[in-house]
Structures are given as C-alpha cells and as structure tokens.
Design a protein around this ligand. Structure first.
Ligand code: C5P
Length: 404
C-alpha cells in the first residue's frame, strides 16, 4: 500500500484550513507518509489533534522545536512534494519574498520538491496588485497554483478566492509528482461541456428542477483544461463554484442551455452533455406567484416536452466532431441498466454514452461516481469508479481516443 513518498501539507491561517483535513486524508489513503506543517494561525481554525489523527504523524508548527534534529530543514529535505492549502495572501507574499520566519517558510526554502499552492482569500485580496504580482512571481518559479475557484466566500459575498476543492488539489499535486502528466493530449482541441441541472420556472419564485450538482461536469471542464483543451463550460445552476479561468456561460432553463450549447458547438471538437436537462417545462409561466387560496386543494400543472438537445446535437454534428451523452438511471440491475443505456444510445445517436446509476444517495452531489462508457455500437469501451476527477480523466481518455 505504501507509496514510499513523503508529502508535506502546509496549512496556513484561513477558514478553508478545515478542508485541508480532506487533503491530508486523501494522501494517507494513497499510502503516502504525510507530515503537516501548520502555521500557528492555521491551528486557530483546525485542531492539532484532528490533523495528527488524520495524518498519523505529529504536527509541527514551531521553528524552535526539534532543533537538535535540525527540523527546520529536515522536513523540507525529506519531502517529495509540498502542498500548501489553504495558502493565504500573507503566506503567498512570504513565499514570493523567500521569507523563512516560521517552520513552513524554512521547510519550503530547504526543499527542492515540487510546490503546489491552493490560494484562498477574499476577492479583493486576490485581485490586489501585490497578490497578483506575488502569484506571478511564484508561477515564474515553477510553483503550481491550483485555483482559486469563484463562488461563495466565508461571508455572504461571493467571487474569486474560494479554495479549490480538495480532490482537485490532490489531483494537481499528484500530477506535479509526475511531470508530463496529465498528458497535454487535448491541446488545440475545443471542448464544450454542459454541467448542472436546468430549472424550469413555474412563476417568479418557483421552478421544477433536479438534484444534479454539476460536480461531474465541472471536473470534466477542469481535467480537459489541464490536458490543454480550450473549454467552454455551459453551467446550469451549479451547486459548486464555477472554476476560475474556464470560459463559462451561465444558463437557467433547458431552452437557454440549448441555445448556448448549440452556439458553442459550432467548431468544437467534442460536446459533452453532462448536464441534467429537464424533459418537460411548464406550458405557461405565471407572471405572478401562484396562490393556494386561488388554486384550492389540488393544483394541476400542464407540462410540455423540451427539445432533446443531445439528439439535436448528434443529428447536426459536423464531420469529426464527437457528441457524448450521459444517462443517469435508477435501475439497480446492472444488465438492465446496460440495456437502458444501449436503447438510449440508439435513440440519441451520440458517439458515446456515459452510463451511471443514480439514487437517493448515489450519483448526484456525491464525491464519487461509477460509470460505464459505451460507444455508438453499445460496446463498453471503458469503466471507471472513483472520485469525479478520476472519472473525468477516464471519460477524456475515451474522447482522446475517439478524436484519433
Ligand atoms: O433522456 P435522458 O434525459 O435520460 O438523457 C440524458 C442525456 O441527454 C444527457 O446527456 C442530457 O444532457 C441529455 N438531454 C438533453 N435534452 C433533454 C434531456 C436530456 O440533451 N431534453
């Protein structure tokens, strides 16, 4: 199980420090030996016992502990990889200046290992010219900067500055351990990805929706970008932050999604329809809020069919373009699930179909996914089970092979 690798996770003083626990855990589960170096401020956000239990190692913070073993350089020298998450504006400034006034600064200066940082701060701090300059300095030195994402921040505000999700940080860190991977095998390719779930309004305050969080689609967009593709993400009501640096078009309804994806598909090498699109929408959208006093004990809604966007894209696709659909089904029997997938493939006419089972607890919003990928003949060409990031990687392998 042991990878024989030593990973140092540096945690600095931001509220996102609590999410760093998941990063530590992910490396431990991979079999790595994980050493947490936390700044004193980080320990105000997440407790030392939690980090020690999860990392299975003592947590170091103090420059003047372990002096006899020259700990301030020993940790850095032993590291195969250093991940700083969250990296505050203050830590980024110190790293850019090469300061070593705490154990983390010493550890990083004493190390030649790849350094991955996941910034987390308020939008104003991220956009401040000092931070912009410091981040650029670090990038120029080869530091890998993951995120930040755009989305809800600690207060009631939102914007750029949210720490990237732990699985994305871990994936970037693993890629940094093996330079050259992920392959830039989508470079020069244009890929359109839909994500999330459409919402069909009933009146100004209500909608018909579904439980899609958009996670799988967003991971696909991130993974495709990392592999060199130019990505357009068509985002319908995402429950996770829109990734920074990916061209994103926000849509609400199925008809809006249809217009955005049809527009973006022109000239694209592949269109991946990961979004959960409503099959029906209310026949009329009331101008005013529906009132129970007017409706009585029952309310009947008339719904009309939405266009099948995927089938439309598949019918209109240009030579060489790949159209990939998703099928999320509640069927528990694997064989019957496969038959449903094959029927759907035939109906939709797409090149590949990513088939997964969904239920009350599976599929939607979960961190993990389990899929089978069918080609246009209904043959299973790939299977994947794991984080949505790793499943995204497998789907993109199929896209790369299909593009030839
Ligand atoms: O028919 P079903 O909804 O199961 O098909 C799922 C696939 O079709 C997904 O790729 C989804 O994005 C797409 N779809 C669509 N237009 C619809 C319904 C689903 O493009 N109206």
């Amino acid at each position: 199980m042991s990878q024989g690798r030593t990973i140092v996770v540096g945690i600095t003083g931001g509220i996102a420090a609590y999410k760093a626990v998941n990063i530590v855990r992910a490396f431990v589960l991979l079999g790595d030996s994980v050493h947490v170096v936390a700044t004193p401020a980080a320990l105000r956000f997440v407790g030392r016992p939690t980090l020690e239990a999860i990392s299975r190692n003592p947590v170091h913070t103090d420059l003047y502990e372990g002096v006899a073993e020259v700990r301030h350089v020993a940790i850095g020298q032993s590291a195969d990889l250093i991940v700083v998450a969250p990296a505050t504006a203050n830590t980024i400034a110190k790293l850019a200046a090469g300061l070593a006034d705490d154990l983390l600064g010493n550890t990083i200066l004493a190390s030649t290992a790849p350094l991955v940082i996941a910034p987390a701060m308020h939008t104003e701090m991220w956009n401040n010219p000092a931070t912009v300059h410091n981040v650029q300095t670090l990038r120029n030195r080869g530091v890998i900067v993951v995120g930040p994402g755009v989305g809800r921040l600690t207060g009631s505000d939102s914007g750029a500055g949210r720490m990237e999700e732990p699985d994305v940080i871990v994936a970037a860190a693993l890629a940094a351990l093996h330079p050259g991977t992920p392959a830039r095998d989508l470079s020069g390719r244009r890929i359109v990805i839909t994500a999330g779930g459409t919402r069909e309004p009933l009146d100004p305050v209500r909608f018909l929706g579904n439980r899609s969080s958009g996670k799988q689609g967003v991971r696909l967009a991130e993974a495709a970008t990392a592999r060199g593709a130019s990505v357009v993400l068509i985002a319908a009501n995402l429950e996770i932050p829109v990734p920074a640096g990916i061209e994103t078009r926000l849509v609400g309804t199925a008809l809006e999604l249809q217009s955005a994806v049809t527009d973006a598909a022109a000239g694209a090498d592949a269109v991946i329809m990961a979004a959960a699109v409503a099959d029906y929408r209310p026949a009329t959208v009331r101008g005013d809020k529906i009132k129970k006093d007017d409706e009585g004990d029952t309310l009947t809604l008339e719904l009309v069919r939405n266009p099948d966007i995927l089938a439309g894209l598949a019918a209109a696709k240009t030579t060489g373009q790949l159209v990939i659909g998703f099928a999320a089904e509640t069927e528990a029997d694997p064989d019957r699930l496969l038959s449903l997938g094959r029927e759907k493939l035939a109906r939709k006419g797409c090149d590949y179909l990513v088939l997964n089972r969904v239920g009350w607890t599976e599929g939607f919003a979960a961190e993990r996914n389990e899929v089978r990928i069918l080609d246009s003949a209904g043959v299973i060409v790939a299977e994947a089970a794991g984080t949505k990031m790793s499943v995204a990687g497998r789907i993109l392998d199929v896209v790369v092979a299909g593009l030839g």
